[in-house]
Design a binder for this molecule. Structure first.
Ligand SMILES: O=C(O)CCC(=O)C(=O)O
Length: 241
C-alpha cells in the first residue's frame, strides 16, 4: 500500500486537469538528493546494459534510480490522477552541462511509440534547477491543444520542435526546483528549457508512467520492459513473447 499522505486533494487534481501540471513537490530533502549525486554521476559514467544511451532506463540496472522513480511521493500522486493501475515505462536523465543547447518547446506525445499516447511524467531535480541554469518551463493549459511539430532548428537539442506558429508562451511558468523536488505533467503539456548559459550543471530525471491500456509499439532494447508500480495490469496487452 502506498502512503495516503501523498494523495492529492480535489483542488490539486482539478489544477492538473486545467493546467496540465502540478508541483513542485518534495520527494526528498535537498541534502538527501545531494548525498545521492555522486552515485548518480557514477551511473552516468557507466554503460547501460539495456541501451546504447547511458541516460536511458537506468532504473533497470540501478536500485537507486528505481527507488527514485517509484517513490510513493510520485506514485501515490500519479494514482490520484490516473487511477490505481500504473506501469513504469521509461526513465531518462536530462543532463545540461554549461553551454548545453535549448530544449525546444514540445509536447512529449509527438516523440513516443505509444498508442494511445497517454503518459504522465515526473521530472525530478537532481541538481538545483533555476532560471540561471535552465530550469524546466511549461505553458499552463497548453495540454488542451495538439501542436504540430516540425524539424527543429540547429540551435536546438532535439530533432523536432513544436511549430512556433501555433505556440503562445507568454504565460509560461518557470519551474525552479531544489534538488529532490519534482513536478508532474502530461503528454501534451508544452515544455522546454533554455540553453544553459550558466556555469552550473543541471541534471533532471524524467520518469514516464503509462496505463495498462497503452500499447508500447517499440521497445528500447530486448531487455526493456514495463514495471508495475501501483495496482495491477488487468489488460496485459504488453506481454512480450
Ligand atoms: O530537462 C529538460 O530540460 C527537458 C525535459 C523534457 O523535455 C521532458 O522531461 O520531457
Amino acid at each position: 500500500m502506498h502512503n495516503t499522505e501523498y494523495q492529492l486533494s480535489l483542488e490539486e487534481t482539478d489544477q492538473f486537469r486545467q493546467q496540465g501540471y502540478l508541483g513542485p513537490y518534495a520527494l526528498c530533502s535537498p541534502e538527501e538528493m545531494q548525498e545521492k549525486q555522486p552515485e548518480i554521476e557514477k551511473i552516468l559514467e557507466t554503460d547501460a546494459p539495456d541501451h546504447k544511451n547511458r541516460v536511458h532506463n537506468r532504473h533497470l540496472d540501478f536500485p537507486l534510480i528505481h527507488n527514485l522513480a517509484t517513490h510513493p511521493s510520485i506514485v501515490t500522486r500519479m494514482a490520484s490522477l490516473y487511477g490505481p493501475d500504473l506501469l513504469l515505462w521509461r526513465t531518462n536523465f536530462f543532463v545540461k552541462e554549461p553551454g548545453a543547447k535549448e530544449i525546444p518547446w514540445h509536447q512529449d506525445f509527438n516523440y513516443w511509440p505509444l498508442e494511445p499516447p497517454i503518459i504522465i511524467s515526473a521530472w525530478i531535480a537532481v541538481d538545483s534547477a533555476t532560471l540561471e541554469n535552465s530550469c524546466l518551463q511549461i505553458v499552463p493549459g497548453s495540454h488542451k491543444k495538439v501542436i504540430p511539430h516540425v524539424k527543429a532548428t540547429s540551435d536546438m537539442a532535439f530533432g523536432q520542435m513544436g511549430d512556433l506558429n501555433y505556440i503562445d508562451t507568454n504565460n509560461h511558468v518557470s519551474l525552479e526546483m531544489q534538488p529532490g523536488e519534482f513536478v508532474l505533467f502530461n503528454e501534451r503539456t508544452l515544455h522546454h528549457s533554455e540553453a544553459n548559459r550558466s556555469n552550473k550543471r543541471r541534471i533532471g530525471l524524467a520518469v514516464r508512467v503509462i496505463l495498462p491500456i497503452v500499447k508500447v509499439l517499440n521497445w528500447d532494447s530486448t531487455e526493456h520492459h514495463l514495471i508495475g508500480i501501483h495496482g495491477e495490469d488487468r489488460v496485459q496487452i504488453n506481454e512480450r513473447s
